[in-house]
Design a protein around this ligand. Structure first.
Ligand SMILES: [Zn+2]
Length: 127
C-alpha cells in the first residue's frame, strides 16, 4: 500500500506549514485527488487517520478529498473524453494517440489551521 508513503509526505508538508505559520493546530487538509491517480481514497483516508497521530499539529485534522475527473485528449481528432469510461482509446475516432489531460494529480489544495491568540492585540496601555 503506497498510500501511506504519500500520506506521510502530505502530513510532513502540512506539519511544516503549520510550524512555519505558528499555528496551534491543523483542523483540516483538503486534497485534490485525480480519479485516475494511483490512490485508493479509502486507503488514503485510513492511512491519514493512522499517521496523523504521529504528527505535531495534525492529530485532530480531518481530511477532505476532492476527486478530480480524469479527462483524456485525443491528438487525432482533438476531442476530449472521460478517461474512466474509455481508457486510452478515443470514443470518437478510435485512435489511441491520446494523452491524459487531468485526473492523475495528488495535491494539497488547502490547509485550515487554528491559530494561537494573537499577541499584542489587547488594550494598549499607553492610552
Ligand atoms: Zn479521437
Amino acid at each position: 500500500m503506497h498510500e501511506l508513503g504519500i500520506v506521510m509526505n502530505v502530513l510532513e508538508q502540512a506539519d511544516a506549514a503549520a510550524a512555519e505559520y505558528n499555528a496551534e493546530k491543523v483542523m483540516k487538509v483538503t486534497m485534490e485527488v485525480g480519479e485516475v491517480s494511483s490512490i485508493v481514497p479509502d486507503l488514503f483516508i485510513d492511512a491519514f487517520n493512522w499517521a496523523k497521530k504521529k504528527t505535531d499539529y495534525l492529530k485532530d485534522a480531518e481530511l477532505e478529498m476532492i476527486i478530480i475527473e480524469g479527462r483524456t485528449y485525443c491528438k487525432s481528432c482533438g476531442g476530449t473524453y472521460r478517461t474512466t469510461e474509455h481508457g486510452k482509446k478515443c470514443p470518437y475516432c478510435g485512435s489511441v494517440d491520446t494523452y491524459l489531460l487531468t485526473g492523475d494529480q495528488v495535491i494539497i489544495k488547502d490547509i485550515e489551521a487554528l491559530f494561537k491568540e494573537a499577541t499584542g492585540g489587547g488594550p494598549d496601555p499607553s492610552e
